[in-house]
Design a binder for this molecule. Structure first.
Ligand code: NI
Length: 256
């Protein structure tokens, strides 16, 4: 089965047809979806999705762009949510110097605090990092050594990817790999082993070709799997089964 390791079905872009869409997933081979958290407000919606759909799991965290709204009460609420059975990770958390919505010191402080909470709870982390390669790497090395992690929507060099692979982390690959101008990501996929790759949509964003620019959803993941298979010279079935295994290891999901 295909596992979508990073989706945002709580997004309002799915308000008109969320249920209809999610009901189609399993018959189309999408066996598990992990819905990542981005704001404190998203967490309750995510909890409800995990209660309504047996194949939907959740993560709670505060995206770097939103860290200005995080405080001790928010951290306490996150800790309570992490005790729920279907909340399987802390994320997405990290650094975003592209949008630069919050001061770097604020982003770093809450990135580290959320990693520390995940460590305490023995849970994996979902990392968002944009134009912040060096600072992200430094913080991961210092604070997340030995933890399970995925570098979601990976956008850096093949060299850095190899370093993360050495640290035991997974690299999240989504629709971008199908884009004509995604030379760097194709190199990354070529160079790292399949045993370090997980599939993701980041939907509603980043739809693969031939849907680029449209609303993304997990049903388009076969296009991503096909592209990875072609780059690595293996069958699509191998990409699907290996990334399933990787995703289960990442999030501690049993086969059921
Ligand atoms: Ni995301």
């Amino acid at each position: 089965m295909i596992i979508d390791t990073h989706a945002h079905y709580d997004d309002e872009q799915f308000d008109t047809d969320r249920d209809e869409l999610l009901k189609k997933m399993q018959e189309n081979g999408i066996g598990v979806i992990v819905n990542a958290g981005s704001t404190i407000e998203s967490w309750d919606k995510i909890r409800r999705l995990t209660e309504e759909y047996p194949f939907v799991y959740g993560a709670v965290g505060v995206h770097p762009d939103e860290t200005g709204s995080l405080d001790e009460a928010g951290m306490a609420e996150m800790e309570r949510m992490l005790d729920l059975e279907k909340i399987v990770a802390v994320g997405e958390i990290g650094l975003d110097y592209y949008w630069d919505n919050e001061a770097h010191e604020v982003q770093k402080k809450w990135f580290i605090r959320q990693i520390e909470l995940a460590r305490e709870k023995e849970m994996p982390v979902i990392i968002h990092s944009r134009e912040a390669a060096a600072d992200t790497f430094e913080i991961m090395k210092e604070h997340a050594a030995g933890m399970k992690a995925v570098i979601h929507c990976y956008s850096y060099s093949p060299e850095m990817a190899r370093e993360y692979v050495k640290m035991g982390y997974y690299i999240g690959v989504g629709g971008v790999v199908t884009f004509k101008n995604a030379k760097k990501l194709k190199e990354v996929v070529e160079e790292i082993p399949l045993s370090s790759i997980v599939l993701e949509t980041d939907c509603p964003y980043l739809a693969p070709e031939p849907y680029r620019g449209k609303r993304n959803c997990s049903l388009y993941l076969p296009y991503v799997a096909e592209k990875i298979a072609r780059i690595k010279g293996v069958s699509v079935e191998e990409v699907v089964s290996r990334t399933e295994e990787n995703s289960r290891d990442l999030y501690g999901l049993r086969d059921n």
